[in-house]
Write a protein that binds this ligand. Structure first.
Ligand code: 13P
Length: 253
């Protein structure tokens, strides 16, 4: 475990309706660990960002969102400006006015432009990387992820990289129940950190927080978080029910 503050973020993707969102908030009310120990966030569907912000009360819960850059969006020239007519995207201005704290950006091609726009708007990006099963089985994970990180950080300053979050999410472990072993996750998060060191130096690589994501559960989180290079988790399935979300945070109580 390092001295960096861990960040545990639930990613609801397109799950939950308004009633379920409010019920979740009621169930976790007063039960989150102290902000001094861990940063806790939920990335919700765009429609529920505002209810989350307004109904989280005094709970130390950051509200986040996911911008997924699909191939279709890449082809149709995603806009990165504050106001635009792209209907499938989140409007950064809306996120800022609603006090949304961080955004995970998946896929590299346009993520870098988004990261710039997010920093300009004062929102922290979580930049996601990860390989397919084919790449993993071919033993090319380090090479693939290094290339993604080099592309994904291009043009960002040392200060920006120090304050952002990177998530290593092997595609083969997302929603499959197959968690990378803590050793594999730590090794690849270490690869990410070494790329950051090569590009920005030791101070930045020691400051940047790197999460692991992919079938993380309350039963597996402790071992993952005990690793030197893993500074948190980006969690889908196990973040949907309040009990298992709180279970992910038990180690910080
Ligand atoms: P699961 O935890 O359901 O595998 O999802 C991980 C993920 O995609 C978080 O962004």
């Amino acid at each position: 475990m390092s001295s960096r503050k861990p960040i545990i973020a639930g990613n609801w993707k397109l799950n939950k309706n308004l009633k379920e969102t409010l019920a979740f908030l009621a169930e976790i009310d007063g039960k989150l660990p102290s902000e001094d120990k861990v940063e806790v966030a939920i990335a919700a569907p765009a429609m529920y960002l505002i209810p989350l912000v307004h109904h989280r009360g005094n709970n130390p819960l950051k509200v986040s969102a996911e911008m997924f850059t699909s191939k279709i969006q890449v082809r149709s020239q995603v806009k990165h400006h504050l106001k635009h007519s792209q209907t499938k995207e989140l409007n950064i201005l809306l996120l800022v006015t609603q006090n949304v704290a961080n955004i995970s950006t998946k896929q590299m091609k346009t993520s870098i432009k988004k990261a710039h726009a997010l920093f300009a708007a004062g929102v922290t990006p979580i930049l996601c990387c990860g390989e397919t099963l084919e790449t993993f089985e071919a033993g090319k994970t380090a090479e693939w992820v290094s290339g993604q990180i080099e592309a994904g950080l291009k043009g960002l300053t040392a200060e920006q990289v120090s304050s952002m979050v990177i998530a290593y999410e092997p595609i083969w472990a997302i929603g499959t129940g197959k968690t990378a072993t803590a050793e594999i996750a730590d090794e690849t998060c270490g690869v990410v950190r070494s790329v950051v060191e090569k590009l920005y130096g030791k101070n930045v690589s020691e400051a940047v927080r790197i999460q692991y994501g992919g079938s993380v559960k309350p039963e597996t989180v402790e071992e993952l978080m005990s690793k030197e290079n893993i500074d948190g988790a980006l969690v889908g399935g196990a973040s949907l029910q309040a009990a298992s979300f709180l279970g992910l945070l038990d180690i910080y109580k």
